[in-house]
Design a protein around this ligand. Structure first.
Ligand code: T46
Length: 135
């Protein structure tokens, strides 16, 4: 099963640069209602983030500067992908374990989330995650 699902955003490039547009609920755009947007920056190569899954939350992660590596794991297989293209978003479904590694110093991730922040939606223990996902 391929855990790496990219959404190709609409991008408009000309001599002035590139404009990337994310619309909600239309083709080639965001397949859920966005209730929250957050961004991750000021990280670096010596730290990793994530190490959790979400029970219900869906998210799209896009890297608008620099790069990092995302690891996705559904309890059966683990896949790793470099994120470095602002015209693409990585769709992370619920009940997928994620880890973020190898951040470049200039990495900026923007994340669109299907719901508000709720700590009770997180599974932060890997063994508990595998138990729940393999039920
Ligand atoms: C995810 C990956 C890709 C809030 O108060 N509101 C928020 O909307 C978020 C996302 C976090 N927080 C607080 C909770 C923690 O005290 O910010 C702190 C850092 O969060 P966390 O350690 O969960 O950050 P990451 O980078 O490990 O994970 C984040 C998201 O939490 C998570 O949903 O999928 O980015």
């Amino acid at each position: 099963m391929n855990l790496i699902k990219w959404i190709n955003f609409q991008s408009h490039e000309d001599y002035r640069g590139q404009l990337v547009s994310l619309e909600i609920g239309r083709e080639r755009t965001v397949p859920f209602d966005v209730k929250r947007v957050y961004y991750i920056h000021k990280t670096g190569p010596d730290v990793s983030r994530g190490f959790h899954a979400h029970k219900n939350l869906k998210q799209i992660v896009t890297c608008v500067a620099g790069n990092c590596r995302m690891v996705l794991d559904n309890g059966k297989s683990r896949q790793s992908v470099k994120i470095n293209d602002p015209t693409k978003g990585l769709l992370i479904e619920s009940m997928v374990w994620r880890e973020m590694h190898d951040f470049s110093n200039d990495c900026i991730l923007i994340i669109l989330a299907s719901d508000h922040y709720d700590e009770s939606d997180y599974i932060r223990d890997y063994h508990q995650f595998v138990e729940q996902v393999c039920q």
